[in-house]
Structures are given as C-alpha cells and as structure tokens.
Design a protein around this ligand. Structure first.
Ligand SMILES: Nc1nc2c(c(=O)[nH]1)N[C@H]1C(S)=C(S)[C@@H](COP(=O)(O)OP(=O)(O)OC[C@H]3O[C@@H](n4cnc5c(=O)[nH]c(N)nc54)[C@H](O)[C@@H]3O)O[C@H]1N2
Ligand SMILES: Nc1nc2c(c(=O)[nH]1)N[C@H]1C(S)=C(S)[C@@H](COP(=O)(O)OP(=O)(O)OC[C@H]3O[C@@H](n4cnc5c(=O)[nH]c(N)nc54)[C@H](O)[C@@H]3O)O[C@H]1N2
Ligand code: SF4
Ligand SMILES: [Mo]
Length: 732
C-alpha cells in the first residue's frame, strides 16, 4: 500500500512543502502540500521530479576509497580510517593552512550543511575556506556587513504587500527566487500586479519574469551599479527622498550626495545604454509609490561592481524610506535566529583581516575567492593547500577555469568529497562519503528561513528510514570532524554534545538569553530529539525569538506560521556606531573605480548566464525528467548579432574570452538584447572517471572555461560570471 509523507523540498530556495507518495522505501510521486503554512500547495517541475532525483541509480550507495590509484567501494570504517590516517598527519607536518575546505550550494539545503561545517573549520584551524558564495551572493553579505554591521542582515522585499517592485538581475519565474524565499514567486508577482502594484524588471534578457512586468529595461550587462547610482542621484537631486523615519539611525546621509554627484542620469545613460529620461522617470516612480522595494540578485552580484550594486540596492531602499517598513524591504526573524537584544553599538564588520597567499585577495566573511582555489593548490611554498575537503561542491564546473582546477585537484596529496555523485570534482577524491538521498534525511531550513518573505518554521523528519548501509549526512559530518581531529572512533554524538554544552553555558551567562541563569547541564538533559542534530535544533528553537520547541514543530507537520515580516530596526544593527553606516569607507574607496567606468568604451559583445526552471546548477542534469526540451546548453544570440556574425540558428559557433574558448550550438532568439549572448552554467559533463550516465550522454559545454579567474569584484572576491567580453566565430 502506498503511503504519504511530508518533506520540505531541498531543490531550491523556495522551500515548498511536498507530499511524497512512498511505496516500500521508494518515492513514487510528489505533489504540493496544500496545507503547508507557507507554500500552500505550490510545486514546480523540479519538486514534482523529487522521486526521480531521490532514486537516481547513479547515486553512490557506499563510500569510495582510492587504492592503487583507483576509487573502490569501501566500508564506512575503512573510509574514515583513511581520513584519520591522512589529514591529522598533514596538519601536524604542514600546519592548518595545508588543508582547504570547499563548501558548495547544497549545504544551504541540508541540516548537516548548516550545523557542522563551522565545527569542521574550527577543528582544522584553516583560513583556506572557499564557498559558492564567492560565485554568488558575497557582494550582498559585504554590503550588509558594511551597512548594518552583520553580513547576514539581508533585507528581503516584502513581496506580498509592496506596491512597487524594482527587480534587477533576477529571474525568479525560473529560479524560484534567491535571498528572497517565497514559494510560488510567480504567483506572488502576479498578485502584486493584480492588486494594482507595479513590477519593473531590469535584465539584458527578456526573461519569463520580464514578460510578467509592467516595464522591462534591458541595459548593457554590468551596468547595474551605474543605473542604481543614477537613481539615487535623481532622488537626492530632485529632493524625492524620504529617509526621515530612519534619519536618527543613519550616518552618512549628508556625504552621500557629494559621493554620487558624478552619476547623473545623463552621465550613466551611454554606459547603461538606456535613456536619461527613462532613468529619471524610474526614480520618480520609485519615490512616488506608497511602498516600494528594490531587489537585486545574481545578475547584479556576479559582475565587476557587484558590491557597489548590492550596496546601492539598499541605499535606494533607505533613501525612499522603504527599508524596514511593511511593503518595503524588511529583515526576517527566523525561529533559529538569536532572540532580539537591546539596540546599541556592535562589533562591526571588517574586510581583509587576512589575505590569500598567492594573489593577496582580501578575505570577506572569513572566505577567500573560490576563483583563487586552483592557484592556492598549485603554487609551491609555505601554506600551500595539500589536502582538500569538498562538501556538496562541484567547483570544476561552477568556478572559473575548471580545467586548471581539475589539474590542480589531481595533484593534491589527499582529498575528501562528501557528495552523492562521483562527478567532475568528486572523481579526484581519495575518499568519497556519500550522503543518503533527501527522502532519507530530516530537514529544517536553517538558512532560508532567515531570508523568507514570511516568518514560519517547518520540520520534516526522514520520510523513509535510512537504507541498510547508509549513514545520515549529519553523522557523516560529525565523524569527519572527529577523524580530522585525532578522535577517530569516538561516538559522533560527542560532537553535538560539546556544542550543546558550550552553547547552553554561554546562554546561562548571557542576561539577554531566554535561558539566562539556568543550569546548562539540567537544560541539556531536557532537550528533546532522537538524534544529536534534532537536539541541537530543539536547543536553537528554545534560544530563539519565538520560544518554540522541536516537539511543537512535530505537532504541526505542515508548519507553524509566525506572521508577516515586522520592522526590526535598530535592533538588527551591529555596526560600531550602532547606526546604519550609509557610506562606509571601503565603499567610498570603490566609487572612483565606478566613476572611471563612465569613460570606458563598452565591449561589443558580452556574455551572461541563464537558469532553466528544470535545472539546478551542475547537478540535476543526470535526471532524465529534468533535461531536454528547452533545457539545453545553447548559446543564445540576438538575430541582428547572428546576421552580422554569420551565425545560423541550430549552427555552431566558437566563443572565445580571456580564459579560453568553447564550441557551442547557436540558438538565435530575440530574448537576448543586442550585444549580449547567453550560455547557462553547470554543463560540461564530459570528463572521464565520473559516474553520471545520463548527464555524460548530453554533456554540454562548461561556460566557466571561458574565464581565467582574474575578473573579480574586488571587495567581495566574487567572480565576474556575468557581463564579460567574448568574441564569436561561426563554425562549419
Ligand atoms: N557561469 C556561472 N557560474 C556559476 C553561476 C552562474 O550563474 N554562472 N552560479 C553560481 C552559483 S549562484 C552557485 S550557488 C554555484 C554552485 O556551485 P556548487 O555548489 O559548486 O555546485 P552545485 O552544482 O550546486 O553542486 C553541488 C554539489 O553538491 C552535491 N549534492 C547534491 N545534494 C547534496 C546533498 O544533499 N549533500 C551533499 N553533501 N552534496 C549534495 C552535488 O552532487 C554537487 O556535486 O555555481 C556558481 N557558478
Ligand atoms: N531552476 C533553477 N533554479 C535555481 C538555480 C538553478 O540553477 N536552476 N540555482 C539556484 C541558485 S544557486 C541561485 S543563486 C539562484 C539565482 O537566482 P536568480 O538571481 O533569479 O538567477 P538567474 O535566473 O540566473 O537570473 C539572473 C538574471 O540576471 C540577468 N543578468 C545577467 N547580467 C546582468 C546584469 O549585468 N544586470 C542585470 N540587471 N541583469 C543581468 C540574466 O539575464 C538572468 O536573467 O537560483 C536558484 N534557483
Ligand atoms: S519551487 Fe523550489 S522548493 Fe518549490 S518545488 Fe520547485 S524546486 Fe522545490
Ligand atoms: Mo547560488
């Protein structure tokens, strides 16, 4: 008899509640959970394919250990023994920097990825941390760190209540949203328009999101910071600002005007390839809307001026009085956030506390640019990375110059990969530790609840019991931490018990904590949960702002709604001044570079990426239901450019940039603007030694092979993945 079980979907940031149909231990179907307090039954084609993703026969079932050069199936004991024999010895001989850590995107979609990597880093003591953030949202962390003192204080647009949404460099109709967790993003955009609101989309491609908009502006890629600066300039110049409500918490308002004085609409118009009149009109509309939110994502982050653009997004929200008010952009308060504490000066946010060894890149949020990983492995000398621990990461495809990284990984003394697939990156590992499929894992969204358009909490226990021979991913991480820190063989719960003891001891001594003055040991013994991670979740809920418990979440399988977002200023501020620092020094120092861009001659042809609704970065191309049709690795070219360059739809072209060149199929389409071509990322599954039977049959080309890793947004170390110059030539 088939049964059903609930599971929050881990396949994108929308976190929809799914109802899975299960026969035996196999997921045979998935539909939207109509009673889910947040997603109300919404599902997309990826969620609907949950069973196929979960049951992919290419998923690894046992650990792999390299012996005599070949990866072979092994027991968990053998795998951890290999880690324990290699890593501590390297740490002893070469020091903590000799072991690097790479964390990929799915860590934000697993409980293990939220709870254990900080402990692993502490155990190793390394500063060589590289994550998907420097291919993604690091500019936003940096701008929030500088403005608000907390890199995680990221305001999200109040989608359900705003009157005006200005959306830049995001295509939530296909991506389902990012740093703005909102199940059924498309439906929420349609509702915005239905209630008389306005949607303006800024994107060099006419995306499905742009097609929903009242207005679509298609500027030249890479020009968002200029456009946003001109919008801010117009607001200040025409006295359209309304920062009154925030004035008492904001520093630097007076200095902002002079700092932006060169960025008039007329001055930026040629670089943006928009008219000054359009820019001025947009600024006036933004100011006139009763409430409005400005929101920028990948297309505004992963560019030459990503941090400036991310900063300006919030500058506009502040100048129009929309930061921290309903209908504007608000700071979520998740159930596992710290309980609010009184406002006052904080520790602030510093950049560049240390630098990368080879190129001297400044750290940002304790991370180094993933684009610099290969050189840190290759370049001889003290502090060279000799061993790597990669968790849920596929940088050979997701980061610039995969070929170079591929070769660098092959030269490591030791590599561990925690990954369900033997893919382009994992194939270099000496030990692969495969997590179970998502139906066998418990789930709580530690990361995305903190960026959600509504405060809510949902917990999914494993839908299917752990298969014989499998190990829960939390236990995989806990044992890994023990193995690298000379405690191989200790029970994995010791890792969780230590965190619980430390956290409760701190809470007991903290007058602002809900557990102030309580006996930490007594408290630890009253936590509920069958596993270490469940007990940690219970503890975090009890320490959080809503006084929830794991038991209560269990009693509400469709989730607990905690209400719409509410104003949180000045309590969220952790700057040294205790105020919003509107024009922080590192930003002011970046503005001359942006001014110089006004005089630069733009490249004739630049490349941008795109996401397909049925894709997920590099790792869903192995699921037959999710590939094919329009989800293909084609180079989209505007008909005029195609005509000029002699390219035909369905033909092939050579595309060349700084880092290399690729042969790709051409798709002629008016959805890209003139002077722009688009190639999606995550393809290039043609490397020997991986085990991806479906993906390798339709490998596509790796767009990141066009980059050599030198183009970075300097403040955040984020790779420029959008708006870099390319040349095209037809192929016979
Ligand atoms: N050119 C270009 N490049 C880009 C982007 C772009 O827009 N353009 N986007 C960038 C962005 S935004 C991101 S986030 C990065 C993503 O970069 P990565 O995080 O490096 O890549 P992913 O493809 O998300 O793959 C992550 C790995 O996680 C594994 N995995 C899947 N589920 C699990 C799980 O439950 N547990 C574990 N342990 N592993 C799992 C997959 O098998 C895969 O190997 O790519 C970036 N690269
Ligand atoms: N289906 C699907 N969903 C996903 C993912 C996926 O791979 N597939 N990946 C997930 C991840 S890791 C992330 S980070 C999110 C990303 O979510 P989004 O930010 O919504 O991602 P994209 O769909 O890449 O949208 C970026 C848009 O920016 C545009 N663009 C490029 N350059 C510029 C520019 O200079 N200026 C402006 N204004 N626009 C520009 C591109 O044309 C593109 O439409 O999606 C997540 N969801
Ligand atoms: S929108 Fe995202 S979370 Fe929702 S079903 Fe689709 S992939 Fe899953
Ligand atoms: Mo991402």
């Amino acid at each position: 008899m088939p049964r059903t079980a609930l599971r929050v979907c881990p396949l994108c940031e929308a976190t929809c509640g799914l109802t899975l149909t299960i026969e035996g231990s196999t997921v045979t179907g998935a539909r939207g959970d109509r009673d889910d307090v947040f997603s109300r039954g919404f599902i997309c084609p990826k969620g609907a394919a949950f069973g196929a993703v979960d049951g992919d026969p290419d998923r690894l079932r046992t650990p792999l250990v390299r012996r005599a050069g070949r990866l072979r199936e092994a027991t968990w004991e053998e795998a951890y023994a290999a880690v324990a024999a290699a890593v501590p010895a390297l740490l002893r001989e070469y020091g903590p920097q000799s072991v690097g850590v790479v964390l990929g995107n799915p860590n934000t979609h697993t409980m293990a990825g939220a709870l254990y990597p900080p402990l692993l880093l502490k155990a190793l003591g390394t500063r060589n941390l590289f994550t998907a953030s420097t291919l993604d949202q690091m500019p936003k962390h940096v701008s929030s760190g500088l403005l608000f003192g907390d890199p995680f204080a990221i305001p999200v647009p109040d989608l359900d209540r705003t009157d005006f949404l200005l959306l830049l460099g995001a295509n939530p109709v296909e991506s389902n949203g990012s740093l703005c967790t909102a199940p059924d993003f498309p439906g929420r955009l349609r509702a915005l328009r239905a209630r008389g609101g306005t949607l303006v989309v800024v994107d060099p491609r006419r995306t499905r999101t742009a097609r929903l908009a009242d207005r679509h502006l298609a500027p030249r890629p890479g020009s968002d910071a200029l456009l946003l600066a001109a919008l801010a300039h117009t607001l200040l110049d025409e006295k359209l600002t309304d920062p009154d409500r925030l004035t008492r918490w904001t520093e630097g308002l007076g200095e902002l005007g002079p700092a932006l004085d060169r960025f008039t609409p007329e001055a930026v118009a040629p670089a943006c390839d928009l008219s000054a009149a359009e820019i001025r009109a947009l600024a006036r509309e933004l100011a006139a809307a009763p409430t409005a939110a400005v929101y920028g994502r990948i297309g505004s982050c992963t560019t030459e001026y990503g941090t400036l653009a991310s900063w300006l997004v919030d500058v506009l929200n502040i100048l129009t009085g929309n930061l921290d008010r309903p209908g504007g952009a608000l700071f979520p308060l998740s159930a596992t956030d710290h309980a609010p504490r009184p406002a006052g000066p904080g520790k602030g946010f510093a950049l560049g506390r240390w630098h990368s060894r080879v190129s001297g890149h400044p750290e940002a949020k304790s991370e180094l640019p993933t684009a610099a990983l290969a050189e840190e492995i290759e370049t001889p000398g003290e502090g060279r990375i000799r061993a790597l621990i990669a968790i849920a990461a596929n940088p050979v495809l997701s980061a610039p110059d995969g070929q170079r990284l591929d070769a660098a990984l092959a030269g490591l003394d030791f590599m561990v990969s925690v990954d369900p697939y033997l893919n382009e990156t994992a194939r270099h590992a000496h030990v692969v530790l495969p997590p179970p499929p998502p139906a066998q894992s418990a789930h709580f969204d530690f990361a995305f609840n903190a960026f959600a358009v509504r405060n809510q909490a949902r917990y999914s226990p494993p839908a299917v019991p752990l298969e014989e021979g499998r190990m829960d991913e939390c236990e995989i991480h806990a044992r890994l931490i023990l193995a690298v820190s000379e405690q191989h063989g200790a029970p994995p719960e010791t890792v969780d018990d230590r965190v619980i003891a430390d956290t409760l001891a701190r809470a007991a001594a903290d007058p602002h904590s809900p557990l102030f003055g309580e006996d930490p040991r007594l408290r630890a013994s009253t936590l509920s949960g069958r596993t270490g991670p469940e007990r940690r979740l219970d503890m975090m809920l009890r320490l959080g702002p809503y006084d929830l418990t794991l038991e209560e979440l269990g009693q509400h399988p469709h989730g607990i709604d905690l209400g719409p977002l509410r104003p949180r200023l000045p309590g969220v501020l952790k700057t040294r001044s205790g105020r919003i620092e509107l024009l922080p020094e590192p930003i002011a120092a970046e503005l001359p570079r942006l001014r110089a861009a006004l005089a630069e001659r733009p490249a004739a042809l630049v490349l941008v990426g795109r996401r397909h609704l049925r894709s997920n970065n590099s790792w869903l191309h192995n699921v037959p239901a999710l590939i094919g049709g329009s989800n293909r690795c084609t180079l989209q070219v505007h008909p005029e450019d195609a005509g000029r360059l002699g390219l035909a739809d369905g033909g092939r072209a050579r595309v060349t940039s700084d880092g290399g060149s690729l042969e790709v199929p051409v798709e002629v389409t008016e959805t890209v603007r003139r002077g722009v071509v688009s190639l999606p990322h995550g393809w290039g599954h043609d490397r020997a030694g991986s085990r991806l039977s479906v993906a390798s049959a339709e490998p596509g080309a790796n767009v990141n092979q066009l980059l050599d890793g030198t183009r970075l947004d300097p403040l955040s170390g984020t790779a420029v993945l959008n708006g870099f110059p390319v040349e095209l030539a037809p192929l016979p």
